[in-house]
Design a protein around this ligand. Structure first.
Ligand code: NIG
Ligand code: FE
Length: 425
């Protein structure tokens, strides 16, 4: 790195160094349970990049007088979590709707009467970039606290040309300011905004002819996403938008089969999407289509939980079918107001019968591949970025087990301390 002295770090005293070393691709089937754990492990890092990983005996001889020691104090060390589906930049919250749902209203009813995503859009539109940046920083701290070091970040609360660009510029600035890493996704097709109600076609034309070209021109998004749901963006409209995003060089991610079985999983397969997300309503036929096309499912159990759905995505069938399953928070002010991957790990084990090891694979290496970052993030192996977290526990499965406990003591991104829990807290 220009202008910075060589910095060498050695992470020592890890009762478990959970490396996830293995093949350079998403892990499938029984591979998802193999975390390549090194007992009493250590890791040497230079200039933010991992140099060597091994046992204490293997790493100790490599240290020099200038090596800075990071003592894990017998805690466990994992790669930083990669949260592959979030909506992190919005103004206000929807705790009022949360309360209405507790009194029996449904998410769809609230949306139909003008609440839901559209209420967040109204408030987000009125905010300046500086205000949005501050909100984004606040949410960033929440992700870091849970041990997350990279997030995929969607726009989708602007829904006009200027407001969508504004959100994507804020995401770019947040990424540049660091330390959290952001991968930007354009989600202009998140909802039909107030001024286009009953006129979906005109809004789709705005996305196709004005928003997408501008987003692409300014390189503001790596991915294009659509909320594919009958009555909002049906399969044929979604296909149109996604094809346009794809032809501008964006990868594709899709809100698919969340509230109804619309055929979005098959569409994701046909379009060779990187991911199909949600999939609560997907059946065996949809799973087969995803498997044939190598689309990674991104499962979001915290939104099913928050909406009180009885039905979680069929994770076990997906693992059996050989899909490179990913888990993410879906952090947003409506269906999933949590930035916590540890909470998602708990839900994956209790509601979807994924083992803690499978769930950790789904939130590290598999998530990194789903974002095109598998070569640099997601495992602790030589050559990868030194994004790692020291957790205060004895075994990795405790992260999924102690629900609501934040175990991340220290979070490093690029070999630099990004978050440290205050002593005694
Ligand atoms: O992934 N369903 C569409 N989008 C979000 C919800 C966003 C919101 O309610 O603000 C989701 O669940
Ligand atoms: Fe979402």
């Amino acid at each position: 790195m220009m202008g910075e002295p060589d910095i060498e770090l050695a992470v020592m005293n890890c009762s478990q160094l959970v490396t996830l070393a293995g093949p350079s691709r998403p892990r499938i089937r029984s591979e998802m349970r193999g975390l390549s754990v090194i007992s009493n492990g250590a890791m040497l890092i230079r200039d933010g990049v991992i140099q060597s990983v091994g046992s204490r005996e293997q790493i100790e001889p490599l240290l020099s007088a200038k090596t800075v020691i990071v003592d894990a104090h017998g805690g466990i060390v994992l790669p930083g979590f990669v949260d592959a589906h979030t909506h992190p930049v919005f103004v206000g919250n929807r705790a009022d709707e949360f309360e209405q749902r507790a009194e029996g209203a449904t998410y769809e009813e609230i949306a139909a009467r003008g609440g839901g995503i559209r209420s967040t859009v109204r408030r987000t539109r009125s905010a300046s970039e500086a205000e949005l940046f501050d909100v984004g920083r606040r949410h960033q701290e929440w992700f870091l606290r849970g041990g997350t070091t990279t997030i995929e970040a969607k726009s989708g609360y602007g829904l006009s040309l200027e407001d969508e660009l504004k959100l994507l510029r804020v995401i770019r600035r947040l990424n540049q300011a660091g330390p959290l890493r952001y991968v930007p996704t354009f989600l202009g097709a998140h909802e039909i905004p107030d001024e286009y109600r009953g006129n979906t076609r005109s809004y789709v034309d705005l996305i196709l002819h004005e928003m997408l070209p501008e987003v692409a021109k300014h390189h503001l998004a790596e991915y294009c996403d659509v909320f594919c749901e009958p009555g909002i963006f049906d399969v044929s409209t979604s296909t149109e938008i996604l094809r346009a995003g794809g032809s501008l060089g964006m990868g594709l991610r899709i809100h698919a089969d969340q509230l109804s079985r619309s055929g979005a999983a098959e569409m994701a397969a046909q379009l060779q999407a990187a991911t199909a997300d949600h999939l609560e309503q997907t059946d065996g036929v949809g799973i087969e289509a995803l498997a044939r096309a190598n689309v990674q499912p991104v499962l979001l159990p915290a939104s099913a939980y928050t909406l009180g759905c009885k039905r979680f995505a069929p994770a076990r069938e997906m693992i059996e079918a050989g899909l490179g399953v990913v888990l993410a928070t879906d952090f947003n002010p409506g269906s999933s107001p949590t930035p916590s991957i540890p909470f998602v790990l708990s839900l994956a084990s209790t509601q979807m019968k994924m083992t803690p090891a499978e769930a950790i694979t789904a939130t590290t290496v598999n998530a990194a591949y789903s974002l095109g970052r598998g070569a640099e993030l997601g495992t602790l192996e030589a050559g990868k970025r030194a994004d790692f977290v020291i957790h205060d526990c004895q075994h990795y499965r405790e992260i999924a087990y102690f629900t609501g406990v934040e175990s991340a003591d220290a979070v490093y991104i690029n070999g630099k301390l990004a978050f440290a829990r205050a002593p005694g807290s």
